[in-house]
Design a protein around this ligand. Structure first.
Ligand code: ADP
Length: 268
């Protein structure tokens, strides 16, 4: 089974030249006095990969969590495949909850610490979203889950619990769980930073495969070689703003901004 989503054909929005699948404009977020996002703009075209890099505390995770409204921004607009949510607008709580649910359902998130349900088996973890949230028929959800698990080499693990898996295996389940939702957008929040170095490559290669299968992805990572090889665009975030963005070949070899240069010099 291919990991590729069933893609609706939307004229002018496929391939590299169309309308962005995702556009975020002016995202702002404060936690109490701490202004974490100070007007973040970004966009990703359908089938493309945006990698977010930046120092710890620069707001990368908060951006990702804004995009699926897990952490709704205080203001800013998110447009995803024609659905526009203006977080600065004064809307009734019920309408806002519906907007957040739409954004949440449109994306699949892969977390640094996997976030699997510890008391559910691998299969139960994977079908929870499709069956409980999306109300898809259980048999179809199980068939899809089994095919996806086989695709990442975990077919024999469907009935075990997360604690019986290695970190790398748990993260592969995390990815399968996101894919099982058939989302429009995949969000990855430092998916390899909790893994032992020798298995980081396994997870990155699954992510590369997904990128080649035309998933639209936003990835927060410190794996610069992944960013160099897989990203269509890299955005460098610092102090709650996108300081610089560009094709990896440009941004990594000839960063324009001193802050980007400093950050890259420390990592390379
Ligand atoms: P990054 O992913 O770049 O490391 P984060 O988005 O996780 O940055 O965090 C940015 C800043 O926001 C940090 O100073 C962090 O402590 C703070 N922060 C993140 N989430 C919360 C929260 N729920 N409550 C309070 N502060 C938070």
């Amino acid at each position: 089974m291919s990991l590729t989503p069933d893609r609706p054909s939307v004229p002018g929005s496929t391939g590299g030249t169309g309308v962005p699948l995702l556009r975020a404009t002016g995202l702002r977020k404060a936690f109490g006095e701490l202004e974490v996002l100070k007007g973040v703009d970004l966009q990703v075209r359908r089938g493309k990969v945006l990698v977010l890099i930046g120092p710890s505390g620069s707001g990368k995770t908060t951006v990702l969590r804004s995009l699926n409204a897990l952490t709704p921004p205080d203001s800013g607009v998110i447009e995803l495949d024609g659905d526009r949510v203006d977080f600065g607008a004064d809307v009734a709580p019920r309408a806002r909850a519906a907007e957040r649910a739409r954004l949440r359902d449109a994306s699949g998130m892969v977390f640094q610490h996997y976030n699997l349900f510890p008391h559910k088996t691998v299969l139960e973890n994977v079908i929870e979203g499709p069956v409980v949230v999306q109300r898809r028929p259980r048999d179809a959800a199980i068939a899809d889950a089994e095919a996806l698990l086989a695709r990442v080499g975990l077919e024999s693990k469907r009935d075990v619990y997360p604690f019986q898996l290695s970190g790398g295996q748990q993260q592969r389940v995390g990815i399968v769980r996101a894919l099982a939702l058939k989302p429009k957008l995949l969000l990855f929040d430092e998916p390899t930073s909790a893994l032992d170095p020798e298995i980081v490559g396994d997870v990155l290669s699954i992510m590369s495969e997904l990128a080649h299968e035309d998933w639209t992805m936003v990835v927060v990572t410190h794996e610069l070689s992944f960013a160099r090889e897989v990203a269509d665009e890299v955005a460098f975030l610092d102090g709650g703003v996108v300081v610089e963005r560009g094709a990896p070949a440009d941004l990594f070899t000839a960063p324009r901004e001193p802050r980007t240069r400093e950050f890259l010099n420390r990592l390379l």
